[in-house]
Design a protein around this ligand. Structure first.
Ligand SMILES: *Cc1c(COP(=O)(O)O)cnc(C)c1O
Length: 235
């Protein structure tokens, strides 16, 4: 596909997603200005990021460090806000803090000093979201902190220099009604706001469940395939 066709396709998809966000806000009696759109560009080339920036996208999300660091460098002139949304290894955390404006996947204490070190080395302040597990308790391989770990983790971020506590992030469990999961996330968001009233971000909702997330108070939705199309297969 040439650039002109790809641009037209992305523009049409973006318009459809923005219309879905607006409709969800209408039915939830919320102001669409309260819901930020993060376009998840993982597995797609920097050329797509550039086209999206030209279409008014201001925030993008990536989930793998190697891919993200290269894309952020290739798109450094675009003034985008980069969200790191993937599982974070502690030996990569400092490097991620070198380019990510928001790290949405802070799910354990060990990451906090590493992120703070990376932020200080880069001379920047990095916003951190506490990733909360919305999977049934005790499920192996869950991603995200357990509900009981959230306050201490939030306090650790608040105490760290060069990090700012933004709020919470969650991914609804696959193959289940996302409503109850997003309701639990909203409760934990309230807990975190009790520790710092300015930590208001609730990052929830993907291509398949953004309406439900907005109904439950999401301030940011992370949308990949509904904007970019099906992701290329990876090994
Ligand atoms: C890939 C990804 C998304 C986007 O998913 P889509 O279903 O393609 O919209 C959102 N959040 C996280 C954490 C992801 O890894």
């Amino acid at each position: 596909m040439n650039d002109t066709d790809r641009r037209a396709q992305l523009a049409a998809n973006l318009e459809a997603v923005r219309a879905r966000i607006a409709a969800a806000c209408r039915s939830a009696a919320r102001d669409p200005a309260e819901v930020g759109l993060v376009v998840v560009t993982k597995y797609f080339p920097a050329a797509d990021v550039r086209l999206l920036a030209g279409l008014g996208v201001a925030e993008v999300g990536e989930n793998r460090h190697q891919e993200a660091v290269e894309k952020a460098a290739a798109c450094a002139d675009l003034g985008l806000r980069w969200h790191f949304i993937g599982a974070l290894q502690s030996n990569k955390a400092a490097a991620v803090a070198g380019y990510a404006d928001v790290v949405e996947s802070v799910d354990r204490r060990k990451l906090v000093p590493a992120l703070a070190r990376g932020a200080a080395a880069a001379g920047r302040v990095v916003e951190c979201l506490i990733q909360v597990s919305l999977d049934p308790p005790g499920r192996p391989g869950r991603s995200g902190a357990g509900a009981e770990e959230v306050p201490a983790l939030a306090e650790a971020v608040l105490a760290a220099p060069d990090l700012r506590l933004g709020g919470v992030m969650g991914v609804a469990p696959l193959g289940q009604d996302p409503g109850p999961a997003f309701a639990r996330l909203a409760e934990l968001a309230e807990t975190v706001r009790g520790l710092d009233p300015s930590a208001r971000v609730v990052s929830a909702g993907m291509s398949g469940d953004l309406e439900e997330a907005i109904r439950h108070g999401a301030t940011h939705v992370r949308i990949g395939s509904a904007v970019l199309g099906p992701r290329p297969q990876i090994k």
